[in-house]
Unconditional design. Structure first.
Lengths: 203, 163
């Protein structure tokens, strides 16, 4: 754990201050200042139908939402995520160049078009990162359609690594739980404990 | 940096200006409708037959909902800046008079909020607001796409952004 604090302080230029600290009270004083820089606020998990199945706040800096409001927010984000996928400009899709190349080579070289037929065009993706002045929302969508929304402070580094770790915890403690029904609200104590241990300590 | 499109919405939730760029040509066109390939596969680009108006309405709805969501989560003074998907990035800037500027670019662009502010201050205010012949409100986009504004915007985008 101290390594994480030192790493966080390195990027904020506080290493010299930390060198002389010995008491935990002094640590706490510094840590309350560091806390404002890189924080994970909330984790939301949305199932493939757009329903909220997990909602946990690790820090109270963001406005606390009632459970009804969080449900509405999850549904709204699910819809906006899909609309953002449809808004993708056609020239931004990476497969547009592939399809135009295969159309010209079809008559001259059937073998080349056969290989082009075999590759599937990657579909457009929805919102991955949303930036505001106060927080950053990162959305990781699994291949099964489950979305992991992580609200962090804008300067938080390594959000992708954090999300990957959360996904690992989800796979280990929620998916492999024989009593858990998929697409239902997550009530697994081991998952909660793993998250708290990982996210609260990573501040 | 590639700019895909640019929209201006007024405070009556109407799109008063929109512009799209296609990568092959230099001037602005409507989105080119691609034909089906001879082997029968429709390329993904052909499924997007959204017209300019539909696009603008979708974008406004998305931006409006996101703004409301951000205000709910971050407090009253938080503001939505931008969002990024795997293929494009949408930048947003709202003036105190509730005029909204939206720009879609590629994913590698940094925050364009300052650029949108410049477009507002140097192009929109100069050529649209200060134009004595243009009306105070712009229902249906009347008065916005005058020649100076278009020229200024084209030169700004081509020289400053994509250079």
């Amino acid at each position: 754990m101290p390594d994480i604090y030192v790493a966080a302080c390195n990027c904020n230029g506080w290493t010299r201050r930390l060198a002389g600290l010995s008491t935990s009270a002094q640590w706490k004083g510094i840590l309350t200042k560091i806390r404002s820089f890189t924080v994970v606020f909330t984790l939301l998990i949305i199932n493939k139908a757009g329903g909220l199945i997990y909602n946990r706040a690790f820090d109270s800096s963001l406005a606390a939402l009632s459970s009804n409001d969080s449900l509405i927010l999850a549904g709204t984000f699910h819809g906006i995520h899909a609309i953002a996928r449809n808004l993708c400009p056609p020239s931004a899709l990476p497969s547009s160049t592939l399809s135009s190349a295969s159309s010209t080579s079809f008559t001259s070289n059937p073998s080349a078009s056969a290989s082009a037929l075999g590759t599937r065009a990657t579909p457009a993706t929805g919102i991955q990162v949303l930036e505001t002045a106060r927080f950053r929302l990162t959305c990781f969508q699994t291949v099964t359609g489950t979305k992991f929304l992580l609200f962090t402070s804008p300067e938080q580094p390594n959000v992708d690594a954090i999300l990957r770790r959360v996904y690992e915890l989800y796979a280990d403690f929620v998916m492999k739980n024989p009593f858990y029904t998929t697409e239902m609200p997550v009530r697994c104590e081991k998952f909660d404990r793993g998250l708290v241990g990982f996210l609260v300590g990573a501040r | 940096m590639v700019v895909y499109s640019f929209y201006i919405f007024d405070r009556h939730t109407e799109c008063i200006y929109s512009k799209r760029w296609t990568p092959s040509t230099t001037s602005n066109n409507k989105a080119v409708k691609s034909n089906a390939l001879s082997n029968g596969n429709i390329p993904p680009a052909a499924r997007k037959a959204l017209s300019k108006e539909d696009d603008a309405k979708l974008i406004f709805g998305t931006v409006f909902s996101l703004k409301r969501m951000v205000r709910q989560l971050g407090g009253e003074d938080d503001s939505f800046l931008s969002y990024r998907t795997g293929e494009y990035k949408l930048h947003y800037y709202e003036t105190p008079t509730n005029i909204k500027f939206v720009m879609l670019t590629d994913t590698k662009t940094n925050n364009l909020r300052i650029v949108l502010h410049q477009i507002w201050a140097n192009l929109y205010v100069e050529f649209v607001v200060k134009n004595p012949l243009s009306p105070a409100e712009h229902p249906g986009g009347v008065g916005v796409s005058n020649e100076l504004f278009e020229l200024g915007l084209e030169s700004f985008i081509s020289q400053v952004l994509t250079a």
